[in-house]
Design a protein around this ligand. Structure first.
Ligand code: CNA
Length: 277
């Protein structure tokens, strides 16, 4: 490890060793090494690779008004991204290790891939700010559709071109992931009300901090909070509202998780979680 990174990590290592709890704020960058593309990385990001869907603009694939008119783009993409095809990364297992050390406060995640759950992080700690694929509802009458039925509809290309349709009203069915133009789950607001004053260490990882209201969370933590950014580029309030105590680590998420574990003497446990998976 470079001496520079080790020196930069020191305040975080000290905070963890003194028993401070970590609140994670995760984005798509924590899952790219699992093989799930993020949105905005140039060349590899989803938005750079949506040409085949013939969209009027890239974000339309996750826009509720566009979905009402043309659900096919979303379902074409969903075939590639559907949970079950991907395994958690080193970074996800680091979060689980923090939980098992009783040092986890919460994991706010923008991701819809459920990899925090798959790594073994418990429900009570997870806030899926942008929902997940776990449940599905009709966008017209709100009737629920089971995941098994949704997958059956998706796989049956002869019926409605594989687009899941409500048995009650024939409206389109969509997984409960939050689209542009939709509200976030109440759990996000309720828990942030409880947690925002109690964040000791804010570890923000793999996010461009461009989607609100999630993007504003790191700016809302108290002045005594140690804020850490692990990302390939400097973003959001780490750039616009930089605090003197901020740690900005412009590195790969898995790399930082591994180096942190080395400094904490947790490396064997991290490796064991990954081997057992
Ligand atoms: P984004 O806007 O694509 O930004 C990702 C950020 O992560 C960028 O700043 C990258 O530089 C950075 N990055 C990428 N790979 C790594 C890495 N290995 N190590 C460190 N940094 C890395 O994604 P956001 O999460 O900020 O945007 C919010 C959207 C993305 C949410 O609504 C998500 O639902 C949505 N999304 C989720 C997934 C998923 O569930 N895995 C995948 C793609 C998009």
């Amino acid at each position: 490890m470079s001496a520079d990174l080790e020196k930069k990590l020191r305040p975080l290592v000290d905070a963890i060793q003194s028993g401070k709890k970590i609140t994670f704020f995760n984005g798509a960058g924590v899952s790219t090494s699992a093989g799930i593309p993020d949105f905005r990385s140039p060349k590899t990001g989803l938005y750079a690779n949506l040409a085949k869907l013939d969209l009027p603009y890239a974000e339309a694939v996750f826009d509720i008004d566009y979905f009402r008119e043309n659900p096919k783009a979303f379902y074409t993409l969903t075939q590639e991204l559907y949970p079950g095809k991907f395994a958690p990364t080193k970074f996800h297992y680091f979060v689980k290790l923090v939980q098992d050390k009783k040092l986890l406060k919460r994991v706010y995640t923008q991701n819809i891939d459920t990899l925090e759950r798959l790594a073994g992080v418990e429900d009570e700690y997870i806030v899926e700010a942008h929902g997940s694929f776990a449940r599905n509802h009709c966008i017209d009458c709100s009737e629920e559709m089971s995941t098994e039925t949704l997958i059956e509809h998706m796989n049956n290309k002869d019926k409605n071109e594989g687009i899941p349709t409500c048995s009650a009203c024939k409206g389109y069915v969509k997984p409960d992931i939050v689209f542009f133009g939709e509200g976030l789950p109440s759990r996000f607001f309720d828990l942030w009300d409880e947690d925002s004053d109690e964040v000791e260490v804010a570890l923000v990882a793999g996010t461009s901090l461009t989607v609100y209201p999630f993007a504003s969370l790191p700016a809302e933590v108290g002045k005594k909070t140690l804020r850490v950014l692990v990302n390939k580029e400097n973003v959001g309030d780490f750039k616009a509202g930089k605090r003197r105590s901020d740690l900005v680590l412009l590195h790969d998420c898995d790399y930082v998780a591994e180096k942190l574990c080395e400094l904490l003497n947790w490396k064997d446990e991290l490796d064991a979680y990954i081997e057992e998976a």
